[in-house]
Design a protein around this ligand. Structure first.
Ligand SMILES: [Zn+2]
Ligand SMILES: [Zn+2]
Length: 266
């Protein structure tokens, strides 16, 4: 296979994924301790020492907990925009080798074309990413993967950025009824369901039903809340999306899953 993609874990308690292409080994977010990341990487046959880079979406702890431990490694550099890097640096308390990009820019890292775009979320300057790679031939077809979590709603800009992706990691954070009935304080409920909070199952489904894309091969529903969602509820909500896109595989990431979930291209 010309590439591999493994979600090492995703929930409100931590998020990280590994993308391996012929010339790159990169993490998207590092929301677990370096010790746990090392174990998860070993489970997919990789060494933490071989990471080339870490791409950070925003500075919330479920996305950057592992930065301090990763900073002790010789190799990886850390990609973020300026505001996120500043906020994450304060949390990491260790000097990091930052590679600062402009929000909304597209740039090259080794064999990856990386595009970042603003997402509506209550952090300093949060972004989503697309990663494009491959050479558009039979041996190494062109592929594009998007990482879109931690957003209160889906603006038109994001629809345009992910229109031509083959693989999509999309947040399905909460079930509206479970959140309403939960014991959480009203202020927290309002934050989660606000325009800069998290994406509900309903809004994730709405995107999957209306996204103009004929390339989608696999969608991962990720960043599930442990208290206000369940894999079964997300799975049930996907029923109509499955009927609309019979050739697309839908995978719900269990928030308590101890082992990585891997992409299986056709
Ligand atoms: Zn967040
Ligand atoms: Zn998060």
């Amino acid at each position: 296979m010309d590439f591999r993609f493994h979600i090492l874990g995703s929930s409100s308690a931590g998020n990280s994924a590994l993308l391996v292409t012929p010339h790159s080994r990169v993490l998207i977010d590092a929301g677990f301790s370096a010790r746990r990341l090392k174990q998860s990487l070993a489970a997919v046959g990789e060494r933490i020492e071989d990471l080339d880079a870490v791409f950070i979406t925003h500075e919330h702890s479920d996305h950057i907990t592992g930065l301090a431990g990763l900073a002790r490694l010789d190799k990886p550099c850390f990609f973020a925009n300026e505001e996120t890097a500043r906020a994450a640096q304060t949390c990491a308390k260790t000097a990091l080798r930052w590679k600062i990009f402009d929000t909304g820019s597209t740039f090259q890292f080794q064999d990856l074309t990386v595009c970042n775009f603003s997402i509506p979320h209550d952090a300093a300057d949060p972004v989503g990413y697309t990663f494009s790679f491959g050479e558009d031939n039979l041996l190494s077809p062109r592929r594009k993967l998007a990482w879109v979590t931690d957003l209160g709603y889906v603006p038109q800009l994001i629809r345009e950025k992910i229109r031509d992706v083959d693989f999509l990691v999309l947040e399905a954070n909460y079930d509206a009824d479970l959140l309403a009935r939960s014991a959480r304080p009203m202020s927290l409920k309002q934050r989660i369901r606000g325009r800069h909070g998290h994406l509900s199952n309903d809004l994730a489904l709405e995107l999957l039903m209306t996204l103009e894309s004929d390339r989608l091969q696999q969608v991962f529903l990720a960043h599930l809340s442990r208290e206000c969602n369940s894999p079964d509820l997300v799975d049930a909500a996907l029923c109509t999306a499955r009927a609309l896109r019979p050739h697309c595989r839908f995978t719900v990431i269990h928030p308590a899953s101890p082992s990585p979930v891997s992409l299986a291209p056709r």
